[in-house]
Design a protein around this ligand. Structure first.
Ligand code: ADP
Length: 505
């Protein structure tokens, strides 16, 4: 096995991590990471890397690939199991750091770190499987088998809303399959990626196998997607950026997996347990301040219960306490940055101007007391929304929920499917027949019955249909299909030339 990467001496957030060393960026430039709950607080300066920095990291990953691909998968897994233990030990510390850099409340950042821990153990288990298969050949004295092979250097581009979980979804399966990686974390949340990689280093991941290049999407991200030695790009982010990434990947014949936007829906039938549904919608719409890719941003409710449900929901939303996520009195933290504030308030204005949409609560930036130093937006609910309105069609990525009334299940399903995305959907009903029909007919990659649209578990495939993705699934053993490619092997023990499709006619 290759020598272990250098141990971290101190927090070196001003450096990239390349070939087992913390290195200042060749660009000489930095970006600042601030706490969204109080923008006066600087989390740290991180590299604003350029194409040369990216090249250094890719060359390191390329060289390390030749060693790492030969390490038996169960040995790679042992390192990951160790990383899981380290993450568990440092869970509280990493969750606190994540709340400071990203804003979501502590119980959610603990969940984010836990998801990385779950993923670590789950994927480490795959080190002793990585199953291929055998099959019969069409000629006598000949057999065939298929094995998973590593791909090479993987470029990973991640967003800020799950700052540790999403990097873990990509780095770990890439490593177990024998690939090496260069990760470009989101500008707003590099620190959590550093923490995750620190755990991998301490666990003994060899130099060059995992590299971090921090920086802006348009420079560092683009340099990675355009680098000829990067064989695969795995991207999570907005649909617009995903399209740019996919286009660049196509120019270099790279493999490319995309995980993009959503406009997720909760359908509430007239027989639903309304209290349960209200709880689920509040959690789905306003947890993480609505900034999950699976966040509920539309509720389609049967007209018979719409009034009652809406009153209960508004009552619940008005009790949610905005604040710093480090306080256990806080239900809803800030949104990520000023651009997010502008975008979300812009959509609220659009909603207010859309014919018949009625603002029931929220609708403003919260600026009372210390909140004025952060990016807080009140939980916002619109009623009377029509399915084709912009607030019902476009991804807002903030605490804004649209309530749409429906006549029956068919109507609800049609509304659910009327958006360009297809990530997550849910239905609240006590009627098993309707639940199953909805499950079958709603065009999403994830579906919940009597639960909200959020809460994916790592051992199930995660991803969406339509403009949400390009057909791949992260999580589950399905993620191995992203990070490995199949090799078909024919073994002919007949001792003579046997011609497929010819000699067996
Ligand atoms: P969001 O709107 O959620 O911030 P983005 O899609 O803009 O999502 O960003 C997701 C990730 O993609 C981030 O790491 C960002 O830096 C990166 N990124 C943005 N633009 C590009 C680009 N042109 N090429 C490669 N990566 C990019």
């Amino acid at each position: 096995m290759a020598k272990p990467a250098a141990k971290i001496k101190a927090k070196l957030t001003e450096c990239n991590f390349i070939n087992g060393e913390w290195r200042s960026p060749l660009s000489g430039e930095y970006l600042e990471n601030h706490n969204p709950a109080d923008a006066r607080e600087l989390i740290g300066r991180f590299p604003a890397s350029n194409a040369e920095d990216v090249d250094l990291a890719v060359q390191a990953a390329k060289a390390a690939f030749q060693i790492w691909r030969k390490v038996p998968a169960p040995r790679r897994a042992e390192i990951l199991f160790k990383a899981g233990e380290i993450l568990l030990r440092r869970k509280d510390e990493f969750a606190q750091a994540m709340t400071r850099e990203m804003g979501k409340v502590l119980k959610e950042t603990s969940g984010d770190v836990q998801e990385a821990i779950d993923m670590t153990y789950f994927i480490a288990g795959e080190g002793r499987r990585l199953h291929g298969f055998t099959t019969k050949a069409e000629l006598p004295n000949k057999t065939a088998m298929c094995t998973r092979e590593p791909i090479g250097v993987c470029g990973l581009i991640t967003p800020w809303n799950f700052p540790m979980a999403i990097p873990s979804w990509k780095i770990l399966p890439a490593l177990i399959c024998g690939n090496t990686v260069v990760i470009k974390p989101a500008e707003d949340t590099p620190h959590s990626t550093y923490n995750f990689v620190e755990a991998l280093i301490e666990a003994g991941v060899p130099a060059g196998v995992v590299n971090i290049v921090c920086g802006y999407g348009e420079t560092a991200g683009a340099a990675l997607t355009n680098h000829p030695d990067v064989r695969l790009i795995s991207f999570t982010g907005s649909t617009d950026t995903g399209r740019i990434v996919a286009t660049a990947a196509a120019q270099h014949d790279k493999m490319c997996s995309l995980e993009m936007g959503g406009k997720n829906v909760v359908m509430i039938m007239e027989d639903a347990d309304l209290e349960l549904a209200v709880e689920g919608v509040l959690w789905g719409a306003f947890g993480t301040s609505g900034q999950r890719c699976t966040a509920a941003s539309r509720v389609v409710v049967h007209k018979k219960v719409a009034k009652k449900f809406t009153a209960m929901l508004v009552e619940g939303a008005s009790q949610l306490r905005l604040g710093n996520g480090l306080s256990n009195r806080t239900d809803v933290g800030p949104v990520i940055n000023q651009d997010a504030v502008n975008k979300i308030l812009g959509y609220i204005e659009i909603g207010k101007n859309e014919d018949k949409a009625k603002l029931l609560c929220g609708g403003k930036r919260a600026t009372k007391g210390d909140l004025k130093h952060g990016y807080f937006i009140e939980p916002t609910i619109f009623a009377g929304v029509k399915p084709n309105m912009r607030i019902a069609q476009e991804e807002i990525f903030g605490p804004v929920l649209s309530i749409i009334e429906c006549h029956d299940l068919e109507d609800a399903v049609a509304i659910a499917n009327s958006v360009k995305y297809g990530l997550s959907a849910s239905i609240y009903t006590k009627d098993v027949n309707r639940a199953y029909r909805a499950m079958e007919d709603v065009q999403t990659g994830i579906f919940y019955i009597n639960a909200s649209t959020i809460g994916a578990e790592v051992h199930l495939p995660f991803g969406g249909t339509k403009a949400t993705g390009n057909g791949h699934r992260e999580g589950g053993t399905q993620v191995l299909d992203i990070f490995s490619e199949w090799k078909a092997v024919y073994v002919d023990y007949s001792g003579k030339l046997q011609r497929a499709q010819i000699d067996n006619q």
